[in-house]
Structure formats: C-alpha cells, structure tokens
Write a protein that binds this ligand. Structure first.
Ligand SMILES: Nc1ncnc2c1ncn2[C@@H]1O[C@H](COP(=O)(O)OP(=O)(O)O)[C@@H](O)[C@H]1O
Ligand SMILES: [Mg+2]
Length: 330
C-alpha cells in the first residue's frame, strides 16, 4: 500500500490548495483500501525537514511552494527555500510540477516569457519592479502583482486607462504587496479555466467557462478579489465547440512548454481580436471539494452516481495515481 505525506502549513490557503479543513478532507479522501495518507503541518523549514526524515511515506504532496508563516498573501522572498528543491536534493518523489516549473509558474512574468518563446498566445506584458521606469504601453492595460493568486491585489482599479492611473496602480502593487507589478494588455472577452490532469497518454484537458452573475460586476467584467472564494463564480462546459477546442489546444501547448505534471489549471481570456490568451498557469490549484474550479470541472465531465464527493475522490485519486506511475510506484 502506497503512502502519501501531505505537507501544509500557515500558507496552505494563500499558496496552495486551501486551508487546513481542505487538507484534512484531502487526507480522508486518500485513506482507503489501497492508499494511505497523513498530514505534516509545518511552520518552519526545520519542521519540514524533520517531517521528511522522521516519517514513512512513498510520495510527498505539498500545498506550499515554500514554508512560510504568512497566511494573507504568498509574499515569497528571495531567500525562501523551495519545498520542491529540498525534495529533489533528497531524491524524494513528489506530486505536481518539478521545482523548476513551480518557480516558473509562481512568477507570472516567467510563465509568460516561456509561453511566448514557445508560440503560446499571452497578453503583451511588462514587468516593473520598485524603482524601475514605467514602460510605454497601450491602454486600457491591466496591472497585477507578479507572484500572487486568488485575485489578490485585483480590483476595478487594476484596469488603467492612462499613464497616471498606471503609475498609481503600479505603486499600489509595490507598496501594499511588496513585489513587482506585471502590466498586461487588457483582455476584454470571456474567461475560461482549463483543468489539466495526469500525464502522457492518460492526460485529460478539460475546459470550463467561468461566469459571474453580471449584477456583481462593477466597471469591468473581471474576477476581483471580492468575487473569489465566496461561491459567486459558476463553471460550465463551454457551449461553443470551437472555443472549447481552442482552449484545449492552447492549454496543451502551454502545459507542454512548461512541462507541467499531474495537476495544473490554466486561466485564459479572450482578447480584443477574439482569440484566447493565457493569463496564468496555477501550479497548486484549489482543491476545496465541490467549490474549487478543478473539482467542479471534473464533476461536469465525469459525473458519478455517488455525486460530487465521489467525483472529488476520483479526481484526487487520479492525480495521486498519475504521480505514482510517473515515479514507477504505481
Ligand atoms: N490581462 C488581463 N485582462 C483582463 N482581465 C485580467 C487580466 N489578467 C487578469 N485578469 C483578471 O484578474 C483575475 C486574476 O488574474 P490571474 O492572472 O488569473 O491571477 P490570480 O488568479 O493568480 O490572482 C482573472 O481571473 C481575470 O478576471
Ligand atoms: Mg487566476
């Protein structure tokens, strides 16, 4: 029987798949006839390394990119040690993308750069660190933190119409989130999120259309931080077959270019010319049963007689099985 060591800590919600309740559900879901799981809740790198050496397991699944005390934002610093690096150094198998890919995914600028080099459509983009000069860009533009998730730092003010608004929003990202600002071309069209599960021949790429009741939008049809994680977003199978196919193709190209594994989720929007562009690739997507987008998409494509919790279980097991097989532990 294979055993999964599930790693989380104070940053589980900001960095990873969700809070401790989500992690406990994940653990209960995995404990079954043929798989076992236990949680290591760690608040320091030292505690993480102690858990690694003191417990018995076959594979690690981490909700954390880096062990951090922060609960509010990802807020990674230069000196943070990466969980995946520490696992690689010790030759310990883990679920999810490689250390290199994880670092590329957490920095949206890096992700964009790699995708663009590989012919994947992304919005025009510029990175501005504190003290850098502002670039010349086309308006409207969209300003966001380079290394966050859950729409942290995103409001209607993220859409800027001139240089003055741009300067103000870039300063806001520097000062309140303590990180570089990513300036992108504004993508005015519909929003999609695509689930990538498993690897190789068994890989599944499942597109979902993201909608919010129009009455919740303010000046712009964007997913502001107050619209996230509160049950206001709805996911559906895209009715337009051509769009679904386009989403599949661009996701396959993006996840291949970035060498994604096991489970990632790709966020996309339609540009002013009507084509999909990738906004970001999530390396540790949300796993809140029934509510996070990955389980919702999986349920739409793979309904089970037992309902959403059975569908959730099937998806979680598929992720773990894919990773075990990849490591020859199947
Ligand atoms: N270039 C853009 N144009 C229009 N809306 C955007 C753009 N980038 C992000 N958004 C909006 O902001 C939300 C969050 O951005 P995203 O890049 O997915 O970051 P995260 O989900 O990690 O916070 C998106 O779901 C989308 O609604
Ligand atoms: Mg996103």
């Amino acid at each position: 029987m294979r055993k999964v060591l599930i790693v989380t800590g104070p940053g589980g919600d900001a960095q990873g798949w969700g809070d401790m309740k989500v992690t406990e559900t994940l653990c209960e879901t995995l404990n079954s006839d043929d798989l076992a799981a236990e949680i290591a809740y760690v608040t320091t790198t030292k505690e993480f390394l102690q858990a690694l050496s003191g417990r018995r397991y076959d594979i690690v699944w981490s909700a954390l990119y880096c062990v951090s005390q922060r609960e509010d934002i990802i807020g990674l610093g230069e000196d943070d040690e990466w969980v995946a690096d520490m696992l690689d150094e010790r030759g310990i198998p883990y679920i999810g993308p490689s250390a290199r890919t994880m670092k590329e995914l957490i920095q949206k600028y890096e992700t964009h750069r790699i995708m663009r080099e590989n012919g994947v459509l992304v919005p025009d983009f510029n990175l501005v660190a504190a003290g850098d000069a502002l670039p010349e860009v086309a308006y409207p533009a969209f300003v966001k933190p380079n290394c966050e998730s859950r729409s942290i730092g995103i409001s209607d003010d993220s859409v800027v119409r001139n240089r003055e608004e741009l300067a103000r929003r870039v300063r806001y990202v520097h000062e309140t989130l303590g990180q570089a600002a990513l300036i992108e071309e504004f993508l005015p069209g519909d929003e999609y999120t695509v689930l990538m599960l498993g690897n190789g021949r068994l890989q599944e790429i499942l597109p979902g259309l993201v909608t919010v009741d129009e009455s919740h939008f303010g000046r712009h049809r964007i997913l502001r931080s107050d619209l996230r994680g509160v049950g206001l977003t709805k996911i559906s199978i895209p009715a337009q077959k051509e769009r679904a196919e386009e989403a599949r193709e661009i996701t396959r190209k993006a996840t291949d270019a970035l060498e994604c594994r096991d489970h990632v989720r790709v966020d996309l929007r339609v540009d002013a010319q009507g084509r999909l562009r990738v906004m970001e690739v999530n390396g540790i997507p949300g796993l809140k049963p029934v509510k996070s987008w990955s389980p919702q998409i999986y349920s739409l494509y793979h309904p089970s007689p037992g309902g959403p919790m059975e569908e959730y279980r099937n998806m979680i097991r598929l992720i773990v099985r894919s990773a075990l097989e990849r490591h020859g532990l199947g």
